[in-house]
Design a binder for this molecule. Structure first.
Ligand code: AP5
Ligand code: MG
Length: 218
């Protein structure tokens, strides 16, 4: 299965991608996670994008397209993948079409997760992530079962993202509205597009997505 998860910052793309990854055994390709790994490792790409990410703006298309194009060639993507946070501009959407047609493959579905703007800010400022396995949590909405211990891997160290400050969230939402939301009509026209209400609990949203992917309606 090859799919795109679209949605504003904090919509739950990463949370849902991790559940889908387990369910279908296909990798989550999160451009945000890849960029954060480059920043952490201090690679030339990481040095170039660090301040852009901290400002909440989008990283230049050519850098992102190269990142995804390289990753799509990996063997774990042969049976499918979940694109999380890519494409985010019209130029990225066009480049993705080219990458897919070069490989003779196509998308099965584009899922757009919608969430009220106020909830987005709450979700983002309360988010924290397990340092060892990358699973996301929230101070009030999605706590680990045992305080300070990751449900998935037992890790005890967590981090908060540099761009998860209330003042940066506004810039990220603006980037979404101005640069990413305009690609939604493009995918709607292509078909196999689903809009999913992301305001429910995590498992409920997952069920809505899976029902859609598997062609059932509720
Ligand atoms: P990226 O890492 O992609 O961030 P984002 O799009 O801003 O989205 P988030 O990761 O903040 O939100 P999410 O939808 O994954 O929500 P999550 O599941 O964590 O990008 C970061 C930066 O990298 C960009 O600003 C840009 O600079 C750069 N970048 C990345 N890709 C790029 C591209 N293609 N082009 C250019 N630049 C790019 O959930 C959020 C919180 O809510 C969590 O705490 C979670 O536990 C909680 N939660 C989730 N679902 C629910 C629910 N249903 N109910 C209650 N709580 C929930
Ligand atoms: Mg994410």
């Amino acid at each position: 299965m090859r799919l795109i998860l679209l949605g504003p910052p904090g919509a739950g793309k990463g949370t849902q991608a991790q559940l889908l990854m387990k369910r279908y055994g296909i990798p989550q390709l999160s451009t945000g996670d890849m960029l954060r790994a480059s920043v952490k490792a201090g690679t030339p790409l990481g040095v170039e994008v660090k301040s852009i990410m901290e400002s909440g703006a989008l990283v230049p298309d050519d850098l992102i397209v190269r990142l995804i194009s390289d990753r799509l060639g990996d063997s774990d993507c042969l049976n499918g993948f979940i694109l999380d946070g890519f494409p985010r501009t019209e130029a990225q959407a066009t480049s993705l079409d080219q990458m897919l047609s070069d490989r003779g493959i196509s998308l099965d579905c584009v899922v757009s997760i919608t969430v009220d703007q106020r909830a987005l800010v709450d979700r983002i400022v309360g988010r924290f992530t397990c340092k060892s396995c990358g699973i996301g949590y929230h101070d009030t909405l999605n706590r680990p079962r045992v305080d300070g211990v990751c449900d998935a891997c037992g890790g005890k160290e967590f981090f908060r993202r540099e761009d998860d400050k209330a003042e940066t969230v506004v810039a990220r939402l603006t980037a979404y509205i101005q640069q990413t939301a305009p690609i939604i009509p493009y995918y709607k026209e292509k078909g196999r597009f689903a809009e999913v209400n992301g305001m429910g609990e995590i498992d409920v949203v997952q069920e809505l997505i899976v029902n859609d992917l598997e062609g059932r309606s509720k």
